[in-house]
Design a protein around this ligand. Structure first.
Ligand code: ADP
Ligand code: MG
Ligand code: MG
Length: 526
């Protein structure tokens, strides 16, 4: 075991010695392999186009759960349903969304193309599906406050409205920690203190959301088309997961697919945006239903000559959030086809845009939360989680002062472009250089955010089959599932379904697991 920092930070749960660490490591590796707590290794090989022969490794995890104040956890879990509704209403308010994003577009081609799709669909009244499925994840870090005194509170890092991942692996990490704490550390050590390892039903909650959306689509079909107009035989209604061709976080997706099938009897089909462009078409006779032609695999494992059509009930995006997901015009065509279709989108293009960093910044401005939320308590609860956020377009009040403050004290700020997936933010000297080199118009594509200062603690990371110890900080994510219309008038589902805890070395700026900065963990409520 490599020992990094030696600190006096108290740990609620820690291995007693190196022998116990080794036992925890062995047990964790066995449990990870058995429960699918795995990721495809970088460079996992494909033997041919049809048969993938991946090499898997355990997902990077904390060896033991990390302490989190129980009241902060409860608060974040409660906020999820408010966020769900808030995001749905923002997505429904096209004029506000366009106005808010306008200053970003001249210097952000990616966001501009997303907005163009949004305008093409909404402006032309081609939005044939009023129900949307939102799978959101609001991320928070503990903030120690100005003087470092007082109890730390959770402050929001960001809200994710597209491809919020790790929900299923997070459920498996909770299982892992429950098992390790009971088996290796011993139940008596756990029960002697008032620790709670909360259940984490994220996997089932997400599958339930997809299944409910699938059911809603079929209900709409049955209302619109009487039995005298049966759907074509051979068409199979399926959820479609849009994936990246070289996805490493494949088990997180496969666990969801299996849960959806086993618990709800709904099949999920995977395709890239390019495959959609090549193999899908709209059935214009039946309200723009999206049909995907898929080769049937026969019992012998060989491709059947016959082709079956998959009718997409729900288009669930686990790709499409990064410019690299659109390496040709084909992917944009695939995205447009989906947006024009009657499938329930998760997210719709407007829901996607509602999760941009620019929207998050706009929500901090006076009166904006009140525009979307009627309940004053909800407004207060959300606003209490904000740290300082500053728009940089010349029209934004305080933009010049914010840029000056960030250049003088970059250690207190994060500069964020309109991107997802980790690794895009700028810090310290990079932030200063970027701000000084950009024109005022170019800066408008970014937002400045006050840095959250989480209290560090000592943690045991399990990466590449070995344990390392170091000073760490936490980022808690809470998953929400929303199924309903944009106005919040017809709400079929609005739930807080579970959590994700990520732990990273305190010395690292970024926090993504897939991007290699953080590991998965689970909260030990204290
Ligand atoms: P992305 O959508 O790419 O995940 P985030 O806003 O979540 O973008 O930023 C990525 C990471 O950067 C976060 O996981 C967190 O570790 C760090 N980070 C972002 N904003 C802040 C902040 N205000 N204070 C401290 N760290 C932050
Ligand atoms: Mg994000
Ligand atoms: Mg993030």
């Amino acid at each position: 075991m490599r020992t990094y920092d030696k600190t006096d930070v108290a740990l609620p749960l820690a291995p007693r010695n190196e022998e116990e660490t080794t036992v925890l490591l062995q047990e964790a590796l066995g449990m990870a392999a058995t429960t699918g707590l795995l990721m495809r290794s970088a460079g996992g090989s494909r033997t041919d186009s049809a048969h993938v022969k991946p090499a898997f490794c355990h997902a990077p995890v904390c060896l033991l759960p990390n302490a989190l104040p129980v009241q902060e956890y409860v608060k974040a879990r409660r906020l999820a349903t408010i966020w769900n509704l808030l995001v749905a209403r923002i997505a429904h308010d096209g004029p506000w969304l366009l106005q808010t994003l306008a200053s970003v577009l001249p210097h952000d081609e990616f966001t501009r193309r997303l907005v163009e799709i949004f305008q093409a669909i909404n402006g032309a009244g081609r939005d044939v599906q009023k129900i949307q499925l939102g799978i959101t994840r609001s991320d928070y870090m503990l903030h120690a406050g100005e003087s470092g005194s007082g109890s730390p509170e959770l402050k929001q890092v960001e809200i994710n409205t597209i491809a919020a991942s790790f929900g299923c692996l997070s459920t498996q990490v909770t299982r892992l920690h429950q098992y390790l704490v009971q088996k290796v550390l011993g139940h008596s050590r756990l029960s002697s203190k008032s620790f709670i390892l909360p259940h984490n039903e994220t996997m089932r909650g997400l599958a339930h959301g997809l299944a409910a959306a699938h059911k809603e689509y079929l209900r709409q079909e049955s209302v619109m088309f009487k039995p005298s107009q049966p759907s074509r035989p051979g068409r199979r209604p399926c959820v479609l997961m849009l994936v990246q061709a070289d996805e490493r976080n494949i088990n997180d997706q496969k666990l969801l697919e299996i849960c959806l099938w086993e618990e709800f009897g709904v099949l999920l089909h995977r395709a890239t945006l390019l495959e959609v462009a090549r193999n899908a078409h709209l059935d214009l006779q039946r309200r723009q239903n999206l049909l995907l032609v898929s080769p049937l695999i026969s019992d012998t494992g060989e491709e059947d000559v016959q082709e079956a059509e998959v009718e997409v009930t729900v288009a669930y995006f686990r790709a499409g959030y990064d410019p690299s997901d659109y390496s040709s015009e084909g992917e944009w065509k695939g995205r447009e086809l989906i947006e024009m279709s009657a499938a329930i989108k998760c997210p719709s293009i407007s829901h996607h845009l509602a999760g941009t960093k620019k929207v998050q910044e706009a929500l901090c401005r006076p009166g904006v939360l009140e525009r979307f939320l009627k309940d004053a308590e909800d407004v207060d609860a959300i606003r209490n989680c904000f740290v300082g956020l500053y728009g940089l377009d010349p029209e934004c009040e305080g933009a010049t002062a914010a840029v000056a403050a960030a250049c003088n004290s970059p250690q207190h700020f994060v500069l964020k472009p309109q991107r997802e997936g980790g690794g895009h933010n700028l810090y310290d000297q990079d932030l200063v250089e970027a701000l000084s080199q950009m024109t005022a118009e170019e800066r408008a594509a970014y937002i400045l955010m006050e840095k959250i200062r989480p209290p560090p603690f000592e943690a045991f990371f399990l990466r590449d089959c070995s344990v390392l110890r170091g000073l760490a900080v936490l980022e808690l994510g809470v998953y929400g599932v929303y199924l309903g219309d944009g106005e919040g008038k017809r709400v079929i589902l609005n739930e807080s379904v579970g959590h994700l805890l990520r732990t990273k070395l305190a010395s690292s700026h970024e926090g993504g697991v897939a991007a290699g900065f953080a590991v998965l963990s689970s909260p030990l409520l204290v």
